[in-house]
Design a protein around this ligand. Structure first.
Ligand code: AVJ
Length: 326
């Protein structure tokens, strides 16, 4: 099986150094409107909490996207044909299996290029996939999205398909989103495909329930960011002195998540030599989760030479997969 698996580590050694990695925390907590990048949600506990969120009755996103893929994976395989499937943020690749199934049923070869910052997750899922699918070869990249897009492994396949599913796009503000589309477009040659999974604009009640569930998992997920900073940077956040806040900002079409300080307090992160003051009621901005309109998005993509060929959605139009071609 060895010749069917390559895992390439592209993480620069400096990124493993905590003080360098913590620069964004220092900047984020020192500005007047405190904010942290969403990647700090995903330590081991945070990833586990997110997995649990995906199974909540209120969190319709994952379930709906899986349902759409189950219906249309065959149509996607028929359109794209044999390819290098580059998946940005591959994680456990559980939804991607629906595409692998479609390729296998059609006897089409596929090279899977999963990209993930977690090397352990990538190795484990790649090994499992090779035993399940005999039409598959895997060339994994332990890398950030941007690093991967700048230098994808050379391919013998007739096409590339870059997949960015799960509505991770929603975490990007409009400006970084534009840069991201630019990098995707640059990584593709004419005729190649881009598969984008996004959550759609809908009524406020449905959205607010998804990000503030009755079991309190969303709250635990949000506050866990502070616990993560505690262990990573030797901090003293007391989680009982903060609360989870989330709401749908309909004007900007985004769910906003904050961590609100219940008291006036001073926190230190010793490994970063950082002291931070919180006023009572002060909010730290932890995440945006944007909700899209397929027509508006199609227009934006076109500016980067990405033409939407097919839009796949569920009956209730809650979520959409856009198959674009350069
Ligand atoms: C993994 C970014 C798609 O925005 O819905 C879940 C993360 N945040 N509950 C989302 C999340 C709060 C999730 N994404």
């Amino acid at each position: 099986m060895g010749d069917r698996l390559i895992v390439e580590n592209r993480m620069a050694p400096t990124e493993a150094v905590a003080t360098v990695a913590g620069q964004d925390v220092i900047v984020g907590l020192s500005q007047p409107h405190k904010a942290l990048p969403p990647k700090y949600f995903y330590d081991a506990r945070g990833s586990e909490l997110f997995e649990q969120i995906t199974e909540l009755p209120e969190y319709y996103l994952t379930r709906t996207e899986r349902e759409i893929l189950a219906t249309y994976a065959g149509a996607i395989a028929d359109t794209v044909g044999p390819c290098d499937l580059v998946e940005l943020g591959s994680g456990s690749a559980s939804k991607t299996r629906l595409l692998f199934n479609a390729y296998q049923q059609r006897g089409l070869p596929l090279r899977y290029v999963p990209v993930d910052v977690s090397g352990t997750m990538l190795e484990t899922s790649a090994q499992a996939l090779l035993t399940e699918y005999d039409n598959l070869t895997v060339h994994g990249l332990v890398s950030t999205y941007d690093q991967a897009l700048q230098a994808l492994p050379p391919t013998d396949s007739p096409r590339r398909l870059i997949a960015f599913i799960g509505s991770t796009l929603g975490n990007l503000a409009p400006e970084p989103e534009q840069h991201f589309f630019q990098h995707v477009s640059q990584a593709l040659t004419d005729g190649d495909y881009f598969l984008l999974g996004v959550d759609l604009h809908k009524d406020t009640a449905t959205l607010e329930a998804a990000y503030n569930d009755s079991q309190g998992l969303s709250a635990a997920f949000n506050l866990n960011m502070l616990q993560h900073l505690n262990w990573r940077f030797d901090g003293n956040f007391d989680l009982s002195q903060f609360r989870h806040v989330s709401f749908y900002n309909e004007g900007d079409r985004q769910v906003e998540m904050y961590i609100e300080s219940l008291t006036a307090q001073t926190i230190t992160l010793q490994a970063l030599n950082l002291t931070v003051e919180f006023a009572q009621g002060e909010r730290l901005f932890s995440e945006i989760s944007r909700k899209f309109d397929t027509e508006v998005l199609a227009q934006e993509l076109l500016a980067f030479d990405l033409a939407v060929r097919q839009v796949f959605t569920d009956e209730r139009r809650q979520f959409a997969l856009l198959l674009c071609q350069k």
